[in-house]
Ligand binder design. Structure first.
Ligand code: SAH
Length: 283
């Protein structure tokens, strides 16, 4: 990459001592970082990073202290508060603090809570969005999260709530009826309950589903399944989280858009997986 890229608007933002920048690191592939993220990596004194952040990314910040803040036992909510208060402490020590989180910090990443705590403690913040796994991870599997022939809506849901249970506030009936494509984060633990809820709500057992694990990394794996066979297919696979589960016909588009297999020399499986019978962009 060209190191001399100058910021279009003139100056790159400078990290100030005592400030915390909450930054998305994208789903894994370091090339999916934003230029703002790279700019922050080069300036930070301390980087507080999550389990989902690829370690290679930290090599761009040799000057910084790298502090791991992944989950290690304890109640998630208590732990979360500890992380936020640690950020407050570091800021008060006058450090330039980079809080680096997987994907986008405001998508199921508790970035909003951390930012809120920082502001409540009078700490200055900057937010740097990142590519969320539910969009970028699917793109690396050749699945467009929207496609005009498939869906005019997409719903992002979390598979479990703060207590680790299936999210009780989700209305699976409404989601099933209202959204052609459903993208589930943190869905592996409760996949049996979730798929049954969708079937009970009227989604077809033959509906395509993809499970994409460690998306955008060298270890990315993709399972193609259906709602009815999902649990058995996952059981028979050796897939491990983190995983994005995509329910809907957009999964079929992988048959033509699986660009990673094409890089490996495989031909597309089906140029017209929706059976449209005419060119993709004819009206
Ligand atoms: N803020 C993150 C999501 C954090 S929640 C984002 O925007 O992507 C953690 C969940 O994100 C994981 O359980 C998994 O569902 C998903 N996830 C994050 N990175 C992933 C990856 N590389 N591959 C597959 N799923 C991923």
């Amino acid at each position: 990459m060209d190191d001399s890229i100058s910021y279009p608007a003139g100056q790159w933002p400078q990290m100030q001592p005592g400030w915390v920048w909450l930054c998305g690191a994208g789903p894994g592939d370091p090339g999916l970082l934003t230029l703002h993220a790279l700019n922050a990596l080069r300036q930070a004194d301390v980087i507080v990073y999550d389990a989902l952040v690829q370690k290679d990314i930290l090599e761009w910040a040799p000057q910084a202290v790298h502090e791991y803040a992944g989950k290690r036992g304890g109640k998630p909510s208590a732990k979360q508060r500890d992380i936020s208060l640690r950020l407050v402490d570091l800021a008060r020590e006058g450090k330039r603090v980079l809080r680096l989180k997987g994907g986008d910090p405001f998508v199921f990443g508790r970035g909003g809570e951390e930012a809120q705590t920082l502001v409540q403690h009078g700490v200055g913040i900057r937010i740097i969005p990142g590519i969320s796994a539910g969009i970028g991870g699917l793109a690396y599997a050749g699945i467009p999260v929207t496609h005009r022939d498939v869906n005019q809506s997409v719903t992002f849901v979390t598979g479990h709530d703060q207590s680790g249970n299936v999210t009780s506030s989700l209305d699976w009936n409404a989601i099933s009826k209202g959204s052609q494509v459903i993208v589930i984060y943190m869905g592996m633990k409760h996949v049996a309950r979730i798929s049954q809820s969708l079937i009970d709500a009227g989604r077809n057992t033959s509906e395509p589903v993809a499970v994409v694990t460690t998306a955008t990394t060298a270890d990315q794996k993709v399972l193609e399944s259906t709602l009815g066979t999902l649990v058995a297919d996952i059981d028979a696979s050796n897939l491990e989280p983190p995983a994005i589960i995509c329910v809907g016909r957009s999964v079929l588009m992988r048959q033509v858009l699986d660009w990673q297999s094409m890089l490996d020399g495989q031909p597309p499986r089906d140029l017209d997986p929706l059976g449209r019978g005419r060119p993709a962009e004819s009206a």
